[in-house]
Design a protein around this ligand. Structure first.
Ligand code: ZN
Ligand code: ZN
Length: 355
């Protein structure tokens, strides 16, 4: 079944099709990146509507859907509504502002647009990666592993966080990444206690921990990884914290399998950190799904409710300990969930490296 057919089969009775407008879901369904366009799926046919800037390239890439060029998108949509006799269509909630919803509703007079359906269908489809999607994510992670190996040869006392972040991104993109997966985090010394700190002009010094959180995009699919390394030397306390995070990360990795509760997956790491005495030093979830967005479902956190891991999901495992004003450590791998465990897609070493 194509993804469009899967969406149609998941729609409740009385809903004739769906309109997908957000850029990441459009790309998820078509494989084609564009800043404008709409996907229409129905039980009879599916369409990708876009404008003259994209139409020719789209026709080369998009499969299982007819590509239609529009000058006025709503005119083409109206024509398709009539052609297929569509009365009720599901629309995205997250991908459509209230203003856009009203515009669309008034342009498609006579068609009922329904929210509260499509986002969950798309989220649940995206939870399980196809073989082809997994290949792309694996390629993105290979570029990321390459970036780590490269940057290890370039990290030196006196260089700034910003400088390292730029060089890491350049290396990964030169090697073939379509883009950086997000704004890279390179934080050192006391800044490494900031889980999502921004690279600054701080120069690396002997005795610093440096945390690097980075990833690549291949054909729209993301990767995500974090490593912490030490500059010149490492105190006993630093090495205790590092070993605790590593033990927590390994505990979570060995607990993951299809069917495990996301709260339990999180707790596997959290328990190790808390019983080592760092209860209030791990303020974020243990992991998140990765796909056409850098953060997507499933979420492994104490707040995950009754969500369970599914075979075919790709999730990160990224516990950390952050000691405010002093230093922090995070270690993040990305894994693929299988029936009885998980396959680690991250190949970089994670024993502490002192440069
Ligand atoms: Zn990350
Ligand atoms: Zn992450």
């Amino acid at each position: 079944m194509s993804k469009a057919e899967m969406i149609v089969s998941a729609l409740p009775q009385g809903v004739d099709g769906a309109i997908i407008t957000s850029s990441h879901n459009r790309r998820y369904l078509t494989g084609f990146p564009s800043s404008a366009g709409t996907v229409l799926v129905t039980s009879q046919a599916s369409y990708f509507l876009t404008d003259f800037r994209y139409i020719e390239a789209a026709r080369r890439v998009v499969r299982d859907m007819e590509c239609i060029e529009y000058k006025r998108q709503t005119e083409v949509l109206r024509e398709l509504m009539q052609r297929h006799g569509l009365h009720t269509l599901a629309v995205e909630d997250e991908g459509l502002t209230r203003y856009e919803f009203m515009q669309l509703q008034s342009a498609l007079d006579g068609v009922c647009l329904q929210g509260n359906i499509l986002d969950n269908i798309l989220k649940s489809l995206r939870l399980v990666k196809t073989r082809d999607e997994l290949d792309k994510i694996r390629q993105a992670q290979e570029l990321t592993d390459y970036g780590f190996e490269y940057i290890l040869t370039r990290i030196k006392e006196g260089r700034t966080e910003r400088d390292i972040a730029l060089e890491l991104e350049f290396a990964i993109r030169r090697q073939g990444a379509e883009a950086a997966a997000f704004e890279f985090i390179v934080v050192s010394g006391e800044n490494s206690a900031l889980p999502h700190g921004v690279p600054s002009d701080r120069e690396l010094r002997r005795g610093d921990f440096v945390t690097m959180d980075f990833g690549a995009v291949v054909d729209g699919w993301h990767s995500d990884m974090t490593r912490t390394v030490a500059i010149g030397s490492c105190s006993d306390e630093q090495s205790t914290v590092y070993d605790t995070v590593l033990a927590a990360q390994r505990a979570a990795l060995s607990s993951l399998r299809s069917g495990l509760g996301c709260v339990e997956g999180d707790a596997a790491a959290r328990n190790v950190i808390e019983s080592a005495g760092y209860r209030d030093c791990f303020g974020h979830g243990t992991g998140h799904g990765v796909g056409v967005e850098i953060h997507e479902g499933p979420r492994m956190s104490p707040l995950a409710g009754d969500e369970r891991l599914r075979e075919g999901s790709v999730v990160t495992v990224e516990p950390g300990i952050y000691l405010p004003g002093r230093f922090g450590v995070r270690i993040e791998d990305m894994v693929y969930i299988t029936a009885d465990g998980c396959v680690n897609l991250t190949k970089s070493p994670k024993e502490l490296i002192v440069i």
